[in-house]
Design a protein around this ligand. Structure first.
Ligand code: NOJ
Length: 681
């Protein structure tokens, strides 16, 4: 390098009186329990960085903060501190529905306002919220004439994991979206990952990277740049910078949840806490509940979505499901394939769908009235084939039609090939791109807020990942966003035996999942078998949380297995409290949940391919009360690899909070228990 160039670089790096490599601490704060500490630093070149320690030990080593812009010089380097502000918050808020009714939100907030003196005095605030269970931080762009239009090419935010770690991850930007099997690998071997990205550090600490409140911004992927260092990578736009915003705005929160154990991680409410409170007002019309549906038969290929001799969404068949729902206490009946347009190659276009015209053999008004007379509601379905412009044109009329017929929840679908969802771009033109690009993020929320106008709740399939927006928009009840049970219908291959034990500590950290549990027949299309015992199918209702839950199997299969079906009929979907009692990522997990408005507790435990005996103290039950425990367990020889997968033993016992149970789980097995107080006072 030329000497004069070296001299120039050196001069630039001493702008703050420090050499480029030297760090100056400009702000710091700790969590309320003082165990987590964040330090914000600048180097001699004015580049911003932060570190996170827990119990004095580094969890996140020095990691950069900043942006590359498309329309202006980068927001990186030349920064100096303008001011810092420390504040505290401690409050409890109530969820209209959820894993627990009351959520404590206690944190310390550190606002670090910085300025680029040598680049037109551009300003940026970085706001950290430090909780006992991790941290969140976001960038806040103040309104400033020198940066009115912000075109973000890339975020420079880094997460330098301070210890060797094992990662559970799925690739980002690939087919089929969020529906990859969760992979396990040393952190240094992963590629571009989606979040939540869960890590177990070598000292046993568990951490998860994710984001909260993803609104009008591109989804954050994580790219490994060097050793253990990850860098934010914004889901790209196909026709411009990843993010374009005007005026003052904030980015989503970048989050690092930290716990001593996997179970601790799954207990964290940090993502919800970082979201804005409910903006919809009265949401008593959002009803947590279970449903059945004209669905599994299409995945088994005994029925079709499109018209023809096997058309499943016909009036007579739908009546059969309505009768079954009414008889067994299900609130909803989902009907897929009721609307015209399924004849086309809808996974590659979706342009032919009508969201208001039924097939001639499906009598929407008649069926809605029939359902109502039986105390049941139809659940709507909008498969869009990820053709968002076509859907948005019809969306208002579609919701209006459903609202007219008392349909108060809609499952939507965005089946497409990675990178080829069609959106209305920022420029108003139809644009192909990633489902989790800024355009995608805008649409998914728009569908939810438009639905709210008609008091309709949404269950999104092939969705953008959950970032806790259900707190702000409680009608965004659930979504898919991982491999659901449908993969077991298709085979090639079915979901792995450790799938649920991985999901709880990865995907489920982001929020509820429409997993479609409870296929007690354990068989997919063409006789393909599940990697599960029957008891595990029951446990999944407790383990995989969703306020809206589909009991996915065919009515005739539930009639065939009445003992198993009893638990599915009994289990609620809305909880006053949740305790993750034990677990290791991808190995096993036990969760107990207290039903809302009741004194009953429900427990679910699942294991991977290993048989396990879990010792379980019942200390979560109320002291001094006697409970009847209705136990649904794997029989002694049960095994997911043999016909013994159907061995389900049901038994009852009297227990108290002082008792300890031994849960015996078969290979690929599980256990479900309902605890009801014997004296209901
Ligand atoms: C994929 C969804 O996950 C599934 O539940 C649905 O049946 C099909 N798309 C058709 O919309």
């Amino acid at each position: 390098m030329h000497l004069r160039r070296i001299a120039a670089i050196l001069a630039a790096s001493f702008t703050l009186g420090l050499p480029a490599w030297a760090q100056q601490l400009i702000a710091s704060a700790t969590s309320p329990d003082q165990l987590i500490g964040v330090e914000v630093q600048v180097d001699g070149g004015g580049k911003l960085g932060y570190t996170v320690k827990r119990r004095g030990k580094e969890v996140i080593g020095l990691s950069r903060l900043g942006f590359n812009l498309a329309n202006a010089q980068k927001l990186d380097g030349g920064f100096s501190l303008r001011e810092q502000k420390l504040s505290e918050h401690d409050g409890t808020w109530e969820q209209p529905w959820g894993e627990r009714q009351f959520v404590r939100n206690r944190y310390r907030e550190l606002r670090v306002a910085v300025e680029q003196k040598n680049k037109g005095n551009r300003r940026l605030d970085i706001v950290f919220r430090i909780y006992d269970d991790g941290i969140g931080f976001r960038y806040e762009f103040p309104a400033q004439p020198q940066l009115r239009n912000v075109e973000i090419l890339d975020e420079l935010t880094e997460f330098t994991v301070a210890q060797p770690a094992t990662a559970w991850w799925i690739p980002a930007g690939e087919l089929p979206g969020l529906e990859e099997e969760v992979r396990k690998a040393p952190l240094k071997e992963i590629g571009i990952a989606n979040t939540p990205l869960t890590l177990r550090l070598d000292d046993g600490t568990h951490i998860a990277f994710h984001e909260a409140a993803l609104v009008d911004y591109a989804s954050m992927w994580l790219r490994k740049v060097d050793g253990q260092k990850l860098r934010a990578m914004l889901a790209p736009s196909s026709y411009g910078p990843a993010v374009v915003r005007q005026g003052a705005f904030t980015t989503p929160w970048r989050t690092v949840q930290i716990a001593d154990s996997a179970a601790g991680l799954a207990m964290s409410d940090l993502i919800l806490n970082l979201n804005e409170p409910n903006k919809l007002g009265d949401v008593s019309w959002v009803k947590p509940s279970k449903f059945v549906g004209v669905w599994w038969e299409m995945h088994l290929q005994s029925g079709t979505w499109n018209a023809g001799p096997k058309h499943a969404a016909n009036t007579a068949n739908t009546k059969r499901y309505i009768d079954f729902a009414a008889k067994n206490g299900f609130r909803g009946v989902l009907v897929e394939g009721w609307n015209q347009g399924w004849e086309s190659d809808w996974g590659h276009g979706g342009a032919d769908f009508s969201f208001t015209r039924s097939y001639p053999d499906f009598d929407l008004p008649g069926l809605a009235a029939y359902a109502k007379s039986k105390g049941v509601r139809l659940i709507g379905h909008h498969e869009t084939g990820a053709n968002v412009p076509a859907y948005e044109k019809q969306m208002d009329a579609a919701y209006k039609l459903y609202a007219k017929h008392g349909v108060d929840s809609v499952k939507s679908g965005y089946v497409h090939e990675a990178g080829s969802a069609l959106f209305t771009g920022r420029d108003g033109k139809p644009r192909y791109g990633h489902y989790d690009s800024q355009d995608g993020v805008r649409h998914f929320l728009k569908a939810v807020t438009e639905a709210a106008k008609y008091r309709i709740a949404i269950d999104t399939h092939e969705p953008v990942k959950d970032t806790g927006l259900r707190r702000t928009y409680p009608n965004w009840m659930t979504r898919e966003g991982a491999r659901g049970v449908e993969y077991n219908a298709w085979g090639n291959p079915p979901n792995s035996v450790d799938h649920e034990a991985k999901l709880v500590f990865t995907r489920m950290l982001s929020g509820p999942m429409d997993y479609t549990p409870g296929v007690v027949n354990l068989v997919g299309a063409d006789g393909k078998v599940f990697n599960s015992t029957q008891a595990k199918q029951l446990a999944n209702f407790v383990v995989i949380y969703s306020p809206l839950v589909m009991a996915a199997d065919l009515p005739e299969n539930y009639e065939k297995y009445p003992a198993a079906f009893k638990f599915i009929r009994d289990v609620p979907t809305d909880w006053a409290d949740t305790r993750v009692l034990n677990g290791e990522v991808g190995e096993f997990v036990t969760i107990a949940r207290k039903a809302r408005g009741s004194q009953d507790w429900y427990l679910g435990a699942v294991t991977d391919g290993q048989a396990r005996s879990l010792v379980l103290p019942l200390g979560f039950l109320e002291q001094g009360k006697r409970y009847t425990a209705e136990i649904y367990r794997d029989g002694d020889g049960a095994d997911y690899r043999t016909e013994r997968r159907f061995d389900l033993v049901t038994e009852t016992r009297t227990v108290t909070s002082g008792d300890t149970l031994q849960l015996k789980l078969a290979p690929g097995g599980g256990q479900a228990i309902r605890f009801s107080p014997q004296d209901r006072k």
